[in-house]
Design a protein around this ligand. Sequence first.
Ligand SMILES: C[S@@+](CC[C@H](N)C(=O)[O-])C[C@H]1O[C@@H](n2cnc3c(N)ncnc32)[C@H](O)[C@@H]1O
Length: 264
Amino acid sequence: MADDTWAGLADKFADGAYATVKGRVRTYVMHNQLLEHLPPPPARVLDVGGGAGHQSFPLAQAGYEVTLLDPSAAMLDKASARLAHLPDDVRQRVTFVEAAGENADEATGGQHFDAVLCHGVLGYLDHPEPLLDQLIRRTAPGGIISIMAGNADAAAVRPALEGRWEDALAAFDARSEIGVLGLPTRADTVEELSAQLRDRGAEPLAWYGVWHFVDWLDLSGSALDPDDAKQLEAVAAVELEAGHRDPYRQLSRIFHLVARKGSA
Ligand SMILES: C[S@@+](CC[C@H](N)C(=O)[O-])C[C@H]1O[C@@H](n2cnc3c(N)ncnc32)[C@H](O)[C@@H]1O
């Protein structure tokens, strides 16, 4: 890939963001929410825009056969370095593919997967439709599609908690911002993304919030200590519960939507 936008962000994202309480909570809640819907292992999982494998390596550890597809050589290097620390049997269950999600048909040799994940990717694309098409095409009939995306309905949360009140007022009707990694980021709504999935033959099953209290604390300048294991466990349990319930999930800046492709 000639233009690797993520090369300069790989360390910040993979080692920085994921090392925080927020990062760990995200991994925990996404994993638990996914397991509510995935068939038991071994099943084939395609992680589109899988980055450094934070979301799919735990699945490989649980016995799933994972293909991690990403266009960024730098992110794939990060993923390989992280995978090298895992046991042999886990390493053997992970395959890397360097390609954009829009080219997943060709890059995977037309394989179908029992589950296709796309977490934190759609927001970086101005026109996500070709990628959405690919997510559905690569999913086996009756398989699961898991998408994590920015929540346009909660766009005022970040500027308000950062004390940027004019930006917060403008954000109520905004669809994009400069995200925490410094890149322009577009947000979706659960309703619109659900409709886009239905149009492509997949029925939404459930949606969840991802971050609530940890995100709000972090944005307002009181980040929690990632080395306090007892607190981390307690926080993760609270966030998982909040992500399943209204009104909390509606105010999460990130949502997790799970759908099933029709069997016909
Ligand atoms: C915020 S990271 C998310 C990584 C991973 N999904 C996670 O949740 O930890 C965004 C990833 O999307 C990848 N990406 C960017 N454009 C893409 C595209 N068109 N198709 C697939 N992946 C893409 C980037 O290389 C990067 O690894």
